[in-house]
Design a protein around this ligand. Sequence first.
Ligand code: ADP
Ligand code: MG
Ligand code: MG
Length: 716
Amino acid sequence: MGLLSLGTPLPWEEARKHADHVRKHGIIQFLNIWNRIKTRRKDHLLWGDEIEYVVVHYDEENKQPRVSLRAHDVLEKLQALEMDAIAKGEVFESSWKPEYGRYMLEGTPGLPYGYTLEDTLAVEESMRRRRELATSLLPPNEAVLTMTNFPLLGSCGFTEPSATATPDSGPSMSLFIPSEAINPHARFPTLTANIRERRGSKVSINMPIFKDKNTPSPWKEPAPSCLARSSTKSLSTAVAAGCSNGEVKATEQAAKSLDQEHLPSLPDLVPDALPDHIYMDAMCFGMGCCCLQVTFQACSVEEARLLYDQLAVVTPIMMALSAGAPIFRGYLADVDCRWNVISGSVDDRTVEERGLKPLDHSRFRIQKSRYDSISNYLSPGPNYSGGCSLSPDLAKIPVEQLSSIPSKGMEFYKDQYNDLNCPYDPKIYEQLREGGVDDLLAKHYAHLFIRDPLVVFKELLDQNDELSSDHFENIQSTNWQTMRFKPPPPSAPHIGWRVEFRSMEIQLTDTENAAFAVFVVLLVRAILSFDLNLYIPLSKVDENMQRAHSRDAVHREKFWFRRQVVGDPQRKLSELGCKCKGSTNQTVAQAIHGEGYVNGVANRDDPDAFDEMTLDEIMNGKPSTNFLGLVNLVRRYLKTHSEAIKEETRAKLDTYVDIVSRKASGDLQTGATWLRNFVTSHPEYKQDSVVSKKIAYDLCKAVEGLAGKKVKGLNC
Ligand code: ADP
Ligand code: MG
Ligand code: MG
């Protein structure tokens, strides 16, 4: 999780006074980086993955799984190993970072992977080694799981050692999450408290319950038994704090009449808790989930911008395929993904920013949480003359001579795709424009910089803006969007412009995690190699993001996607050596697929048209409209490059692509479906949406058993 500065964190009332200072210097720091490397165009397509783990402790006597807060000590040991290696001038095989939960670990490869297709294969072994290494530091009754959400997170007694939620104090004031579950590094409790204080109430998350045969309707969750142990005073404070529409006074009155002996249901107790929903009131419910992220280095800033845009369209699709979160706080949900939970869990917008009251003290009406889908395409920018990662010749040309190459300009970008009402700070925009940044990139950062810095360290207020990017990263790394556009840190001149793909849920097995990571890597190559154009209006990408949450989206949802993704069919046809005339989808489809692809009618539609398609169609193609599908494009990419790679490499890459293809066709289950089916077919399950401790125990044990294996129906 991003940058971790050290020092004395300021409480919100103090931190807010420095917001303008941090923003202003953050932009100066960005401009310094920008001016230093805006013209660099020879960086390799390196990449790396990030895996988040939850460490689980088994109470064998009571058959109950808990999250192990000792993971934090394991992290310290892992980091010590890494530091030892660095001290000896060696590269450690993996790198370990703290994550939000004290029970979590985050592991990346020690160094990013190389840029050849052969290098891509290192990923699964690296993931397997990371799991082994972390496991080797655990006692026998603990395990490292790659599970998007721990099924009992926030239910009574879910931590080991045991800890109690303190609804009237601590950073989250949660009814469910004890402070001890949060990583003790100053950044995390401060983020938690300052988000709550800036917002003016606790965060408020309601995910729909999965209604099974015996689930009451309406379903009102009984107040958890451990709440009855809280004092009336602490409950009243908690109830008032859990009122996010600002009507705290009335709520306080109601809370005074609480009777702990006979607590009402959660919806009757807490104004924010909705009937038929699983209510969550703390940052930990989202940031305590695990995900899979992939970062790429582009050869130039223009190529990074192109990849940012093209991949943004794919983020909901890959999230739906990687779905892994059907259970929250011990209940089956009617969704399969974590995203809306995590988005709500750090939503620091004030009542005014959320549009519930007219703007008075706040500056902007803001449509989205800081953790959300992107709101602006960047376009490749005015200086784009073609991707260079895969074209070494272009990379070798000095920047001054690039003007002699016919420019592709903004390539496929059109303003109509940026159709979201996206507020930006006009002062920041001006500062960036004056610094020589073009309109779209300036709008991007002026949008990210509408946010306040949440964690301000007293000692780090004054910095050398030439050498530091701390203020810039402060805002940048607390905008947790589906894609992140990352300039290199000033301290590492060897690093280039990077983009991070952030929407995927963690997979239960290393093979699946490797398959998803490799698929995105190959898709990046196909996008660059075939000049793909995936643009659709961002409002449609946002709709897709919501649809991606649906239970069993593979079978039950359709997603907006472009009908024609080969950006310039004429150019593509000539590159593919096809002499055929015309520029229909059909001829391109045939040129890419071969003669077999003839079923469909030629599509002479508006080339910008988009359609609703199933995940199977988007990935595996839709012959009736000659839509190729992303999997086929990736396969074609591999075919055209098979001479450059060993046969075993090709075979291994094919198996990864097959896994993703079969997840999309429904032939393999998503993690979410697998977990849901495990619960609903457990002998103790009463068809009432409840995931009991024993079910969760068996589930965690089963997931632990999957890790290094080939599992029929899931990854093979
Ligand atoms: P953050 O903490 O912001 O997510 P990190 O810098 O810790 O980012 O790295 C995240 C991922 O980026 C890791 O998988 C790492 O291997 C990868 N990475 C680091 N440097 C590069 C690079 N130069 N090119 C591509 N990927 C990189
Ligand atoms: Mg992380
Ligand atoms: Mg990351």
